[in-house]
Design a protein around this ligand. Structure first.
Ligand code: DC
Length: 231
């Protein structure tokens, strides 16, 4: 039986950095579900749809063939046969993902893919609804958060280091808007699963957060194996 770790939380809390690190340490597969929503967002953008056009978006989901593969341990996302991984981390793809991930057909399609992967592999999966909807029976659920100021500062540093001009006030506003959109949508809004452990990374290093999560797993992993033997 595969072991599943679910990490949810708002944009910029450090989910992907932490999830990647834990997956490497444990030799599990890291599944970045945000990248799948971003690829769908890109597909709708290229179709020339308006992000408000729910009927067109739900109707076109079947035309988007999304698949993921692992190359040297890193997740690659294919959209209709083309590797779009390098185009997914832009602000534009993020905005389209946030705007279109609220639609039921988009979610149903990607949730099914995510559940299939987790059924056969040990995974660290990050997103917004992993502990609540995708993997309600996950062995360990983490809700990773950080203050909006901290998240904006981290993003500002990351963009500045890459030489991309940006304003910290605008980044913080974007983060607040994205939080609102992700937490208030009708379909699978971002929220902490009742049985998730909440970690605020505002004053913790990456290694500290990863170490804390792996520490929790040692407890739950033993429990799971014990339950497996008893059954
Ligand atoms: O984690 P991210 O920033 O790459 O996610 C992009 C958007 O996709 C995010 O604003 C909300 C959506 N998303 C979602 O609705 N459910 C997920 N499991 C992952 C992401």
């Amino acid at each position: 039986m595969s072991i599943n770790i679910a990490i949810d939380g708002p944009a910029g809390a450090g989910k992907s950095t932490i999830a990647k690190l834990i997956a490497r340490k444990l030799n599990y597969i890291y599944v970045d579900t945000g990248a799948m929503y971003r690829a769908m967002g890109l597909f709708f953008m290229e179709k020339g749809f308006s992000p408000d056009d729910e009927t067109a978006i739900n109707g076109a989901c079947g035309e988007a063939d999304i698949s993921i593969a692992y190359e040297n341990g890193s997740q690659q996302v294919y959209l209709n046969g083309k590797n779009v991984t390098d185009r997914l981390r832009t602000e534009e793809a993020g905005k389209w993902a946030s705007a279109t991930s609220k639609y039921s057909a988009v979610r149903a399609k990607l949730v099914e893919m995510q559940q299939k992967i987790a059924a056969s592999e040990n995974v660290v999966m990050d997103g917004r609804d992993i502990g609540t909807v995708v993997l309600p029976g996950a062995d360990l659920k983490i809700y990773l958060t950080a203050s909006a100021e901290t998240r904006a500062r981290r993003r500002f540093q990351e963009l500045t280091e890459k030489g991309i001009p940006c304003k910290i006030e605008e980044i913080e506003q974007d983060i607040r808007n994205r939080d609102y959109q992700d937490m208030h949508r009708e379909n699978s809004p971002l929220k902490k699963a009742e049985d998730a452990v909440c970690l605020d990374s505002s004053h913790m290093s990456i290694e500290e957060v990863a170490g804390t999560i792996i520490g929790y797993l040692s407890g739950t992993d033993g429990e799971k194996q014990k339950k497996g033997t008893d059954a």
